[in-house]
Design a protein around this ligand. Sequence first.
Ligand code: LLP
Length: 425
Amino acid sequence: MEQETPRTTGAVLPATFGQVDLSALAAREGTPLYVYAAPALRERVRTLRNALAGLDAGIRYAVKANGNGAVLRLLAEEGAGADIVSGGELQRALRAGMAAADIVFSGVGKSDAEIALALEVGIGRFNIESRAELDAIQRIAAARGGQAVAAVRINPDVDAQTHAKISTGKAENKFGVSIAEARSWFDAKAQWPNVRLDGLHMHIGSQLLSLEPVREALARMAAFWKELEAAGHAIASIDVGGGLGVRYREGEQAPDAREYAAAIAQALAGFGGRILVEPGRWLVAEAGILLTRVLLEKRGEARDFLVLDAAMNDLLRPSLYDAWHDIVRIGDAGGDAVTYDVVGPVCETGDTFATGRTLPRCEAGELMAILGAGAYAASMGSTYNSRPLPAEVLVDGEHYAVVRRRQSLEELLAGEQPANDWRRP
Ligand code: LLP
C-alpha cells in the first residue's frame, strides 16, 4: 500500500517491453495506451501449467482480470479455460474459442437469464454460492429438462491477509457458504435432482502474498472432501480458486507457481478427481503496462504534481485500494530526482496514482509507463469525466496489433438520447 514518505522506486521496465519501440508506438497509437506483451502472457501460463504438471489439474482463467478478446484467445491457445462471473464474460470466453465445458461460472448473484444461457451452451460447472441460487439452478435446469453440474463454494472463514476490499474468505464476507451449510446440501441432494452436486470450490481473496491462508483453507476443504466421500458423496472436482499475488513493488515477495502447486498437491493428496485453479492477476498483471504522457508539471504550494494524460477512469486500482504501481519514465534515465504526486486530470483528489514518488524530473510530453497494468486495469476502466476508453495493443517481438481501438466520442455517447419519447411503463 502507498507510503507517504518519499522514496526512489528503482523501478525498471520489464525486459519484455524493451523489444518494442514504445515511443514510436505511443506516437502512432496515442496515449493513454494499454500495452500487453504476448511472450509474457505465454510464459506465465506455461509456467503454471508446468508447475501443475503432476496433478490432474486445469486452469480456469478469471476473465475479470483482463477480458480482452485477444488476451483470452492467447490464453485459450495455451490450454486455459475460463472462470466467468456474468453472461458477458461467458460470451467473451466462448468468442475467444474456449470450450463451454472448460468454463466455470462463479459469482454471488447469477440472474435467471445468465443461468439459462450457461445451461444452453453447456457450461462445465456452476460454483454455487447460496441456497437460493441452488434452488434457482434446479428450477431452470428442470424447466429445460437437463442437468447442471455444480460445486458448492465453501467460505472457509480464513483471513487471506490481503486488502479488505478483495478479501473474500471470511465468514462476514458475502461469498460462499459455511461447511455446515454445504454439508446439509449434500445430505439433501435428492431435493435438487437436476443439479449434479459433485464439486467443492473456494476463493479466499486476491493478491495473496502468503500461501499460509491458502494452506489453511485447503486443509479445511480437504477434511470436508474426505468427510463427504466417507458419507458416500462422490466428489469429482475441487476448485481452489484464484488469488496468487504478484510483485507490484520492490521488496514484495510473491509466492511462486511451484510453491503454490506444491501446497495444492500436499493438501489434496489422494484426491482422485479433477483439480481446478482460477488465477487471474498472476497470469496477466505483469504482462501489461499503461503508457501515458505527462501533460504538465505543476509546482504546488505544498507538493509538486506530475499530471498525466491517464486518470483513475483508465486505471482505478490506486484510487480504490491505495494500490502501488511502479511508474517509470521511458527514454534516458538521466536528470535530477524529484518527488512528485503523480495524478490524472480527473476532478477528484482521489485521482492519484502515487504520492511522494521519486522520479527523474519530467517535462510535458514525456512518455511514462505505469507497470503491472495487465490485470484489473483496462477491465475496470470507465468513461468517467467523459473520457473515452483507451486503446489496447498486444505486442509480440517487434510487432504490435491493436486489440481494442481507442473509443471515439461518438461511441462513448452512443445510446444516449434526448427525452423525446415519453411512454408509460
Ligand atoms: N475466482 C474468483 C471466484 C474470483 O472472485 C476471483 C477474483 C478470481 C478467481 C481471480 O482472482 P486473482 O487470481 O486475480 O486474484 N479488482 C481487484 C481484484 C478483485 C478480484 C476479484 N475476484 C484488484 O484490482 O486488486
